[in-house]
Design a protein around this ligand. Sequence first.
Ligand code: KIV
Length: 277
Amino acid sequence: MSATAKKMAPMPADILAQKGGTPLVVLTAYTTPVAQLTDPHCDIVLVGDSVGMVLHGLSSTIGVTMEMMVMHGAAVKRGLQNAMMVIDMPFGSYEESPEQAFRNAATLMRETGAAAVKLEGGVAMADTIRHLTSRSIPVMAHIGLTPQAINTLGGYKVQGRGEDRKRVMDDAKAVAEAGAFSVVLEKVPANLADEITAEIPIPTIGIGASAGCDGQVLVVDDMLGLFTAFKPKFAKRYATLGEDADAAIAAYASEVRARTFPAAEHVFGDAIPEKKK
Ligand code: KIV
């Protein structure tokens, strides 16, 4: 896709059809202006629950609420014309039962205009994915490192090494069989990601996985260098906007203190009233 070409936003079925084709480009966005920046370049824009850590200063994604997702989802949708929007189901909004998942997924789609939801979990979530997809809710699955489960996974560790390999492969097969139209593989060994990509019929979208996946996703604030609290190995920085912002704010502060800002071109003269005839 050319960076400027206009196109119709793809539907989940179009994404599914791209299995094995040109790699899918996915980035997160949480606001209208960033959505506008990502829109011409991405196939999918994901309103990730990473919003909690990136924009709200939470220490994990566990504190993210439906209200936060609805607010950010609606904002992102206003900035999109070309890319398909997928929205994360936050922790606690889908795990209890397929019915709970349907209610909250429907709310997210209705209130934000998202074309699909993403939820974390493999074998354990297969029935829920089946329930949603058979009721008109397209699902992107998320397996491997599932950040909402850090308390049971024991932190942000690589998943699927050694004897754990089969568990992650089983998760991939289960979500594909349940009807997910794509699956995020987070922080799994590259050769396992390649094996899963070859094995299942739906696109794999890697993050800390392999260039052999059917697509890649990054957190936009990570790749722009705006989120600097920590840097995962897979989060390649394509810009240093955090450093640029720091320099700009420091320059502003020093000019204010030196009274060199505002200068003549930033202030208004007094209008001379026209003489009455
Ligand atoms: O919340 C998020 O941003 C995500 C991506 C990292 C895949 O789930």
